[in-house]
Design a protein around this ligand. Sequence first.
Ligand code: FEO
Ligand code: CA
Ligand code: CA
Length: 666
Amino acid sequence: MRDDDYESTFGASMLEHEDAEPRNPTDNPTMGELISQRFSRRGLLKGALAVSAISATVGTLALETAAEAQAQGAKSAFSFKEVEVGVDADHHVAEGYEAQVLLRWGDPLTVDAPAFDPAKQSAEAQSKQFGYNNDFVGYVPMSGAADPSAHGLLFVNHEYTNPHLMFPGVVEMKDGKAVMKNATPERFAIEAMAHGATVAEIRKTGSEWALVRDSKYNRRITVATEMQLSGPVAGHERVQTKADASGRKVLGTLNNCSGALTPWGTFVSGEENFHGYFSGKLPEGHREEANYKRLAVPSSPYAWGRFEERFDLAREPNEANRFGWVVEVDPFDPNSVPKKRTALGRFKHEGADMIVARDGRVVAYLGDDERFDYVYKFVTAGRFDPNNRASNLELLDSGTLYVAKFAADGTHEWLPLVFGQGPLTAANGFQSQADVLIEARRAGDLLGATKMDRPEDLTPNPVTGRVYVMLTNNTSRKDDQVDSANPRAKNAFGHIIEIAEADGDHTATRGRWEILLKCGDPSVAEVGASFSTDTTKNGWFGMPDNAVVDSAGRLWVATDGNGIDVTGRTDGLWAVDTEGGARRTSKLFYRVPHGAEMCGPCFTPDDTTAFVAVQHPGDDGPDWPEFGRRSYYEDLSTRWPDFKPDMPVRPSVVAITKKGGGKIGV
Ligand code: FEO
Ligand code: CA
Ligand code: CA
C-alpha cells in the first residue's frame, strides 16, 4: 500500500500508514540520528580521504568493498538494457524479456470456480477465485518435478481491497469530488473473501506459465479460514474470545503483506496493518487500552465491526490480539490448518525472510512497518533437518525473538525479548512470555531499540551472508532528529542498510552495519542520495519495500510509493549491485502500470523466471497529468492487463522470462 496518498474520501481503501502521528511514543534514538552521527564523523575525516581513516569510521564492510573494487573494477553483476522510467497505462520489461500475466484478480482457481464476471461478483465466487492486491509471491518446486523451475506451487498474499476499483456504484461525484459510499454487507463479504492468500499449482510449457486448474493444491485462504494460534501465546486469556474460549482457534488472516518460503517448503505470511479492520470502543478502563493504542487499533478504514461482531472492540475486546502475527501455511497439504506463530511476536509484520545458520538453527529477519518502529530477528531453539521435513514443521514455535539496537560506531546489538530479563518483568506489566510477545513493541520500547524509518523486507543474502534492510521512508522525522551533515529529515525516499552479523553467524547477537543506499534522485544535491555515479536517470529509485536475492547472490529491490508527482516514475523492480566497484549501481528492469506498486518479487531456483506482483494498478489518478482525476471503477486511469472496456483494472502476478530462455539479468 502507498503511504502518502491517503485521502479522506477514499479512507476505506487507503488503509496503510495513514496515521498522522507516528505510533512510537518513546524517545529512543532514531536510526536517522545514528546515521547522522556516523556521517558527520565521516564528514570530519573527508579532507584526509585516507582509506585507513575511512575504514576506521565505517567499518569492515566498506573496507572489503573498497578492496574488491580495486580488484574487480566497476563491472556490474547485471547485464540487461535498462527500462526507461515513465508513467503510462501499461507495464514494461527490459528489452529481450517477456512479461506474461499469469494470475489476475478474479481468475478461477479451482475446477468448480466460476469465470470472473465483474458485474456479478459474489463472496462465494471470490472464495474460489484469485484474490485482490497480490503482495508477497513465493515459489516452491513440486517434489519430483522433472524441472524444479518449471513446475511448482505459487503462494501469493492478498493484502487488502480497493472497493472503488473493484465494484461499480461505489464512488459518487459530489461537488466535483469523488466520495466513496460505505460498504454494504454484500460488498463486505466479497472484500473479506478477496483478502488472504492463494496457493496455486503452476507449470511452464515452453516459455508459457499456466495455472494447473485441476490441481488438488489450489486453495484460497481467506478471513473465514480456520487457523491455529500456536507457540507461547496459544490459549492465553488475552486471546480468548466469546467464540473461542480455548484461545487457540482463529478465523482468518488479515492484511498479509510480505512473506517467505521456509527452508522446509512451507510459506510464512506477515499480518501487517490489521488495525484498520477493527472498529468500536473498548470497555472503559480495559486492560488492552495501551496495547491497542500502540498499534493504532482501532482505525476507521474498513470498520468491519459493522458486519462481524468480532471486529467490534466493544463486543469482542480480545479479537485484535489474535492478529498481527506471522502465519505459516503448508502448501503441500491442502487441508492443513495455517498456524499463527506467536513466538515471532505481534506487530505490523512485513515479512519473515529466513536463513539457516551455521549450526542449523533457523533465523527469521522481521520488519515492523511503521514510522519509528523496529527491526527484529527470531532464532529457533531447534535445528533444521534437511532430511526430515516433519521434524521441522514446528520449529517456529520455540526460540528467541530479538530487537535491533544500532550504535553510531557501526555496530549493532540484538536485544532479547525474554520475559524476566532486563525490564521485561512484572514491574512493567509483563506476567509471562505471552505478554511480552503480545506487546512486542512495548517490550522493544523498554529495551531501547532503535527507531527506524518504516522497516519493510529484511533480506538475507545466502551467498555473502549479509542482510539487507529496506527502510521505505519516514516523512515524519523532524529536523531536530537529524543533524546538518545528513539532511534526511522528512526522509521521503528511504534507504537500505546492510548488516553483517559477527563472524557471519546469523544467530549472533552482535554485528556491524552500514548504509548501502540512501535513495532518491542523486542529481538533486539536497536529497542526499548515494547511488553510484554509474547509475543513470532511470536507475535510481525511492521507497524500497520488497527485496529478493537471486541464486547468484544479486539483490533486486521492488518499490512502493514512486509516482509522477514524487519521482517522475512509477514503481518497479530495480537490480542493485552490492559487490565490487559497481556497488550502489542500480538499474530499472521492470516497471508497473499507472497507480500500482511493485510487490513480490521471487525467482525460480534457477533464476530463469522472475515472478512479480502488480498491486493496486489504477489507484490514484490526479497525480498523472494525462489523466488528471480520481480513478475509479467507472472512470479508470488504466484497464491493465486486459484493456477491455467491460473489464476493470486487475491486480495480477506477472511471470518474466528471457526470450529464448536463460537466466534473468545475465
Ligand atoms: Fe504492506 Fe509494508 O507494505
Ligand atoms: Ca508496500
Ligand atoms: Ca510491503
